[in-house]
Each structure stands twice: as C-alpha cells, then as structure tokens.
Write a protein that binds this ligand. Sequence first.
Ligand code: GDP
Ligand code: MG
Length: 163
Amino acid sequence: MSFTLAIVGRPNVGKSTLFNRLVGKKLALVDDQPGVTRDLREGEARLADLRFTVIDSAGLEEATDDSLQGRMRRLTERAVEMADVCLFMIDARQGVLPADEVFADILRRKNVNVILAANKGEGHAADATILEAYSLGLGEPIRLSAEHGEGMGDLLATLRPIH
Ligand code: GDP
Ligand code: MG
C-alpha cells in the first residue's frame, strides 16, 4: 500500500527543496491530470525503501491580486483533500510567524495526519524554533535540512507507520 504526502507551508520555507530531494530525477509533472493544477506539483518520491506520491504546493509563490490568506486556505484545503498525510513546513531560522499560525489553524480543523517539520534546521540557530514549534499544537516537530539532507531518518521513521 502506498500513500500521498502533501508538503504545505508559507513561501520560501523550503517545500520545493524537499520535494526535489524526495523525487530526485524521477520528477513527473502532472499538470494535465484532473484535480492537479500548476499550483500543485506531483511526483513519485523515494525515501530509503519507501515509495509514495508527494505533492508540492507551489501556488503561493505567484503574485496575484487575490489575498495571500485566501489563497493559503484554498491551496492547503485542496492539497489536504488529495493527501493521506500533510507535511507542514516552517522555517527554523525564522521561527513561528503569524502566517504559520494560520496554516496550523487550517490543518488542525481538518481531519488529516500532520507532520510538523522545522526546515533549515542545520546548526544551533534552529534550536529555539524547535521548542517554539510545539506551541502550534501539531505535535512534535521534526528538524529537517532539506538542502543538506539532514533529518531524513526522522522523516522516514514518522512516515513508515503510515505506509
Ligand atoms: P518554497 O518556497 O517553500 O518551495 O522554498 P524553496 O524550496 O524554493 O526554498 C527557498 C529557499 O530556502 C531557497 O533559497 C533554498 O535554497 C533555501 N533552503 C531550502 N532548504 C533549506 C535548508 O535546509 N537550509 C537552508 N539554509 N536553506 C534552505
Ligand atoms: Mg516552492
């Protein structure tokens, strides 16, 4: 049995970096599939022996007239509908920002498994955010560095029971 993981979170936290790391060369753009728009990129992920579908929510990076909060809500809801589990990413170097609280609120109201991940977690600058992240009410945060490949073992251990 396999599953679908959606990566959500505000712009610039490192969602696409993790997506690219998980998908590697096997990136499959599926813009033409029903229900998938250019706002949501889908690929076949590989993490050690796990295989699963991963969705990168990219639509927030584009400037439109629409309010950011409205788009965050719609995009997150669409990603959640497609996913068995959401990886909600925050930026460990920036700490928990008000926009993160908005995402956390949306996710807490949904009946979805959430993995909280503090990315850019390399180095000790991230330590304070790891503690702060518990206040989001989404359980224990995983410390990741998508760019440097750190925390992938913890991500694997969290995903394995879902598989
Ligand atoms: P997205 O907007 O959430 O998709 O974020 P991106 O994946 O485009 O990354 C935004 C920026 O953060 C880029 O400059 C990345 O190189 C950088 N970045 C991503 N992951 C890490 C990380 O683990 N550590 C650090 N220091 N930078 C990262
Ligand atoms: Mg992106």
